[in-house]
Design a protein around this ligand. Structure first.
Ligand code: F6P
Length: 423
């Protein structure tokens, strides 16, 4: 039997793994921040991922206003209410796994062995392995800033005087400290994260997925810095509407290279150790050629490989290979060009770039291509992979992204010579 030319990609075998990532830590240790970060990374890689936040269950079912007394371990009534919220979130999580969910992040303090045993036993009964992730922080400055910046924006303290909120929240932390039990070997697989990635303790980790999560956790930091994403300047192939290739810049593309250098010089503070990353293709390195920083060229940043269609126009592909064209229109994420790549393939090869970008503490400029830029953008803006294939990323525009505690701020800076979008 003849093999079909169309071999859709998959990021990984379906339901190869499922995992419950169970957070552990006192209040104000960045658990929710870490949960969201892991969820964003996993969703981007194509895992069915969901965060189950026990605090949200409490607010939704028991009301918004809970002062610190509610968290006092000697308040038996409240203790039982909190336990039933933890159980409700766990039951929902297990139900979600039964419906095909792959990685759940169970976001709560889980600060006692007893509470952790409840979650672990529930997961074990459902055949779901557990990885505990504990965030420990004894750096008073970090804790104080988390208390101020994050907790004062928390729905728990809407309309509460800031000083009162800080006082109440500190009392809440003290209640949890009374019973806090750090993870140990009896808890099974775990990662302990000490002072936002300064130190990591790993215990009994198995499999590829926990290993990947460790790489994300290792590179966590909260230093704000911009990531500038841009496509190369216009190339001769853009004008001819041809995909792929390795064409030179046009005069308009050249002008963009000059304007990008002005942008760079205007935005970089002297002394900043700015990274400039490009693909290995001429149109990207030519765009970077006037920049004052040394270039790092990454093969992983090369444009999606259009395989046997490289160098053709979309119209030629449609006329000569209508079935292939239609398949791509139908499922652009998974459609793999014959002897080329799909968007899923591109996401896969960009994973080390994401980890490196997360690690950077200084500004980074990335000069790359349409499909690659869409995938990188989708990661930072938490867009589902299914929608990333059609994101608008025009030529001659710098997308400035500044990661923050909740996600990312975005600003788009057009640098002259708008170019009609290729379709
Ligand atoms: O047209 C420019 C280009 O970068 C091509 O080289 C590439 O094949 C294409 O864009 C990717 O966009 P799409 O996935 O929408 O075809």
């Amino acid at each position: 039997m003849e093999r079909p030319s169309y071999l859709p990609s998959t990021l990984r075998p379906p339901r190869a793994q499922c995992l419950a990532v169970v957070m552990v830590g006192l209040p104000a240790r960045g658990k929710t921040y870490i949960s969201r970060k892991l969820a964003r990374y996993l969703s981007w890689l194509g895992y069915q991922t969901r965060v189950f936040n026990v605090g949200a269950y409490r607010r939704e079912r028991l009301g918004m206003k809970h002062t610190h007394e509610f968290f006092d371990p000697s308040n038996m009534e409240a203790e039982s209410a909190r336990r039933s919220m933890a159980r409700a979130a766990m039951e929902d999580m297990l139900g979600w796994f039964r419906e095909g969910g792959e990685v759940a992040i169970y976001d709560a303090t889980n600060h006692t062995r007893d509470r952790r045993a409840m979650v672990r036993q529930g997961c074990e009964r459902a055949g779901v392995p557990v990885l505990f992730v504990e965030s420990i922080c004894d750096d008073e400055a970090i804790i104080a800033s988390t208390v101020r910046e994050i907790k004062l924006n928390s729905p728990d303290y809407v309309g509460v005087d800031p000083d009162e909120a800080v006082q109440d929240f500190s009392a809440r932390i003290a209640h949890y400290e009374q019973r806090y039990e750090t993870l140990d070997a009896s808890d099974g697989s775990f990662v302990k994260l000490i002072n936002v990635g300064h130190e990591l303790v790993l215990h009994d980790l198995r499999g590829d997925l926990p290993g990947r999560l460790v790489r994300v956790l290792m590179n966590l930091h909260i230093v704000p810095r911009p990531v500038w994403l841009t496509r190369h300047g216009e190339s001769a192939y853009n004008v001819a509407k041809r995909v792929g290739g390795d064409a030179d810049l046009t005069p308009r593309g050249e002008r963009f290279a000059v304007r990008l250098t002005d942008f760079f010089n205007d935005h970089v503070i002297p002394g900043d150790d700015v990274q400039v990353w490009t693909s290995t293709l001429k149109r990207a390195t030519q765009t970077a050629r006037y920049l004052p920083s040394p270039l790092v060229t990454w093969r992983a940043l090369d444009e999606i490989d259009a395989g046997i269609f490289d160098g053709m126009t979309y119209e030629e592909i449609k006329a000569q290979h209508p079935e292939e064209y239609a398949r791509r229109q139908k499922d652009k994420l998974r459609y793999r060009y014959p002897r080329g790549e799909s968007y899923e393939d591109v996401i896969q090869r960009l994973e080390p770039i994401i980890i490196e970008l997360e690690r950077q503490r200084s500004p980074t400029m990335v000069i790359t291509h349409r499909a690659v830029l869409r995938c990188l953008y989708a990661y930072f803006l938490d867009q589902p992979p299914s929608s990333c294939t059609r994101l608008d990323v025009p030529l001659h525009t710098v997308i400035e992204l500044t990661p923050n505690a909740y996600g990312c701020d975005e600003e788009r800076v057009p640098l002259g010579d708008p170019v009609p979008e290729e379709v």
